[in-house]
Design a protein around this ligand. Structure first.
Ligand SMILES: [Zn+2]
Length: 245
């Protein structure tokens, strides 16, 4: 296989390209933005595969890049995140906050050195938010490009949650509950052990449905794509924070 899928279109994943393909696409100006998905590999209750955060974030990133093709490429980034709070459940993998931030900085640096002016770190795990928020200003000083951080569920509103989820806005994003389980049922159902859905202490995952996952998945992809389009077209920019005089 080359880097084209069966339909003949170019893969949206940077890792599938050769160096020549990358060079030519960057030089030709067809590729304008990079998405860096960051997530977690951690317990997701009894019924959902531990890859959920990575799988969902990578799924959103690839669908967004397809919508905006050929302008956006996905750089498979950080499957594992900051998950110390889930380590009671063996099998969870975690990075220390400092390690996670170092890896993130190195990945952004690689993309900036490759020539990207627009980079979106697309997050799919709650535990990554606090370390990033606490240091983001420093990232913006280190990398003077149009750099953004967005948790993919943040494009959904309270109203979306109230309309689609029985748990309302409290269910967004939740952990392996109605929202995440619905996304999995709609887009990677092999990750859901249906027999275990209601057979556990927390039975809220049994409120999930494929239909809810389809509706919310579509809204997420549409709105993240708008977010990235706004970045590329200059409607969403970032100002470098001031340096000490
Ligand atoms: Zn999750």
């Amino acid at each position: 296989m080359n880097d084209r899928d069966m339909s003949g279109s170019i893969s949206v994943e940077l890792s599938k390209w050769t160096r020549r393909e990358f060079r030519e696409r960057m030089a030709g100006g067809s590729v304008q933005a990079a998405l860096l998905p960051v997530a977690a590999i951690e317990q997701h209750l009894e019924h959902l595969a531990m890859e959920h955060d990575w799988r969902s974030t990578h799924w959103v990133a690839c669908r967004v890049a397809e919508r905006l093709a050929p302008r956006v490429v996905v750089a498979p980034a950080c499957m594992v995140g900051v998950s110390e709070h889930h380590m009671k459940h063996p099998g969870t993998l975690t990075l220390q906050p400092g390690t996670f931030l170092n890896v993130l900085a190195d990945l952004i640096d690689s993309l900036v050195r490759a020539g990207f002016d627009h980079v979106l770190v697309l997050n799919g795990h709650g535990g990554n938010i606090a370390p990033v928020e606490g240091t983001w200003e420093q990232f913006l000083r280190m990398f003077p490009v149009n750099l953004h951080f967005l948790s993919y569920w943040d494009v959904l509103t309270k109203e979306d949650a109230q309309e689609v989820l029985e748990g309302g806005s409290d269910a967004l994003p939740g952990h392996a509950q109605e929202f995440e389980t619905s996304l999995a049922l709609a887009h990677f159902p092999e990750n859901v052990r249906k027999a275990a859905l209601a057979d556990q202490l927390d039975t809220s995952p049994s409120l999930a449905s494929e239909e809810k996952g389809r509706v919310l998945g579509e809204r997420i992809v549409t709105r993240v794509a708008e977010y990235v389009r706004d970045m590329i077209e200059g409607r969403r920019t970032v100002e470098t924070p001031p340096f000490f005089p």
